[in-house]
Structures are given as C-alpha cells and as structure tokens.
Design a protein. Sequence first.
Length: 470
Amino acid sequence: MSPFPADFRWGVTTSSFQIEGATEEDGRGESVWDMFVRREGVIAGNGKADVACDHYHRWQEDVDWLSKLGVNAYRLSVAWPRILPEGTGRIEQRGLDFYDRLIDGLLVKGIEPWVCLYHWDFPLALFNRGGWLNRDSARWFADYVEVVVRRFSDRVTQWITFNEPQVFISEGHYWGRHAPGLHLPWKEVLLAGHHALLAHGYAVSAIRSIAAKTPFIGYAPASPVSLPALNSAEDVAIAYSESCAVTHESLWNMAWWLDPVVLGHYPADGVKVFGANAPSPAPGDMEAISQPLDFLGLNLYWGPRVDTTHRGREAVWTYPADHPRTAFGWAIVPEIMHWGPRFMAKRYGLPIVVAENGISCLDFVATDGSVHDGARVDFITRHLAMLQSAITAGVDIRGYFHWTLLDNFEWADGYKQRFGLIHTDFATGTRTPKDSFNHYRDIIAANGANLPSGNIGITEPDIWEKLIVT
Ligand code: IFM
C-alpha cells in the first residue's frame, strides 16, 4: 500500500520569467531580469527571455500537457511587473486577465493552482528607487500581493510568498551572477535580505486579512540541507545540527531565512558570524516577519555530506570526481528527500511541501522522435522513494512539485540546462514529452504505489529523540 496520503498533491512547478516570454506585451513593465539579460556575457549564449517557452501565448497547450501528466496541482508564479508595470500604483488589467484565464483553465481540468507571489522578477522601476535596499520595498511588495489576492483568492487558496530568498538576495546582490547583478558589501546584502523578510511577513498578514477563501500559506527557501556521510548516530547528529546552523559568511543556509520567519529571531550563530554587518531590526520587525505559516516549502536539489571532519566551510562540496552528477554538475543525493523534510519538520514543526526538486540533463530529440532521459527517470524514482521513506518515518508531507514542466530559461545558464519533463525546441516552441513525463505520469496515477521500497529508503539510527541543535 502507498504511504502517500490520498490527498497528496502531485505537481509540477514553473516560474513566470522562465517560461512566459511576451515581455513587452499587454503593458507589462520591465523587471530587473529584463535589464540584466541585456548585459553582454552574463547569460550563457547571451540567451534572452523575450520568447522563452512562449507560454504567454501557448498556455492552453501547456495546461493540456499538465492534464495529460495527471497532476492535481500546478505551482505557477505571478510576474509583479505584469500586474503593476511601475511596481506600485497603476494596475494593468491585461496582466491580471492573463493569470485569470490560466487559473480558470487549470480549475476546469481539476488542477489546483498554487500561486507563488515572487520568483525573482522585481520591477525595474522599483529597483531604480533602491530595490530591496529601500525599506519601502516591504510595503511595495505587500501592496502588490493585495492586488493579486483580491483578484484571485475566490479561486486560489494555496499561496507561496517567496521562492529562494538565498538566490535573489545573495546571487543578485553579493555574487552578482543573477539580476540585478550587484556586488555589495555584506552589510547592505543583509539589509536587503531583512527587507525581503519583512516583505514576506507583511504579505502573509495581507493574505490572511483579505483572502476570500481560507488560505494555506507557505514560503519556499532553497534548502541545501546537510546529509550524514554515513547513516551513523554521530553523523546524523552532525547533519542535523549543520542543517540548522550558519557556520560561515554565506547566505546559502536555511537558518538565516527560516529562524526569523518561524522562530521570530535571527539565528545567534549567524548574528555572530556576520558581526557588525548583521541587520538591526526596528521595533516590531521580528513580530511582523514571523507571521504563522501553514506549511514550509522545501526546494531540494543537493546538500553537502557531513561528518566529524567535513563540516561547515569544509563540507561545502566534497563529493569525489566520479560521484553521479546532473548536467549542472550538482551531486545527485536522493537521501536529501528523506533528511531534508525530516530535519526541517523537526526544527520548525510545520507540514512540509517539496516545492521544487529536479535535474538538468543533456536532453535531445532522438531519431525516433522521442526524448530518452533515462537519468531523469532514475532521479525521479530514487527521489520519490526517499520521500516515501520520510513519510513512513512520520513526516507530514503534503505535496511534491517537480521542477519543471518544460525546458525553460535557466537564469544565468540561459538555455543550456534542460530541467523539463517536456523538451522545448526554443526555435519553434514545439513541446515533446520526454520518457520522464510518462514515468512521472504513471507514478502519479498509482499515487506512488509503484515506487520501489525496501532497498531504497533509510532506516534511521536510534538517535532521533536526542537530536539537538548544537
Ligand atoms: O530554475 C531554478 C528555479 O528558478 C529556482 N530553483 C532552482 C531551479 C533550477 O536551478
């Protein structure tokens, strides 16, 4: 019998900028990404997103693919500058109308829309007023969220505030690899992060106060959870403690982004690590940030394996050269689907939704007209079997969203990385379902009962009740 509950959400996820295209249509304003992609040399192959998957025009076809896949949930993101071209003030009805059609199209097919309110397309007009460095950004975001919630909450109940603040804050403002392409000192990066956290909190309050139907609200940080090198009591204890820690000057951790939101304070170790650069919250900020949530979204791709000698900075990327990897070079570690939910549920006490998980592969259309992505087929099997293991261990896991439906614009990697269950021919827009599409479809149809168990899964050492954050 399948351990997946009968109402488990089997889904896929996409984001507006990565698939929509039509960047100059129907009054859409520019985002920081429109500005960034114009820079020479920052995107692989100088890829642009003005067409991407042309989902803005082909959304009905894409909804049909979702229906063929058999998902009961689809996570989309709304492009802020489509709704408010200047970021605040004037509302663009045609932008709202697009999402209106999409949401209705999903509902007709029995697919529940999960709406993510921010997947990195920050309005350029507001960037020119200081972006996330301006404290007003928190209010700007909440005002935009109100417009979206007023329009869609008669049909949408599932909301996600932010996708991966680690990425849009640290990749965008410290490393400069993502829009807006800044290289700021830590003090300013952390200030931008503080305003983003405040924006999250204000948005949660806004959704709760105005939603027409009782909302189910979550937040989806990137989740580079630490994994035990061996399944020993000692390594599991180290992995748990590292998963909840800020060990060195980096924003690629969970605690900096989750402790404020769920526990109401910045983590003490992080404050120590960042020292004088740590933000000084204004009175009331931490209460505003830590609004009760209904679920924690985890974006699970990879994580370091830790033990007594490989921890903190030493654990960052210690996989041997011959370890299985994605086309991106990320180590494939299916046990992240067991330990990620297990550790984060223990630490934060919230129901878990896997808000993203997927693999980039070097996929192409074969002579028989199909796309044989065996690596992704295997990846899905192993990862879902490990998720099953976490459910069996007692974690309340409500859903799984595979990243992603279609090959799409992969940010700084442009069109080089293919993550889709469906192959996109970017010259013609033609969609070709890959072998993994059929595989995931069959798993969904069986509610996971056809997944292997037994030899794929984790029997935990007897340490669970004693785990503490050190
Ligand atoms: O494509 C991205 C997505 O936008 C955010 N999470 C990771 C994916 C793969 O890199």
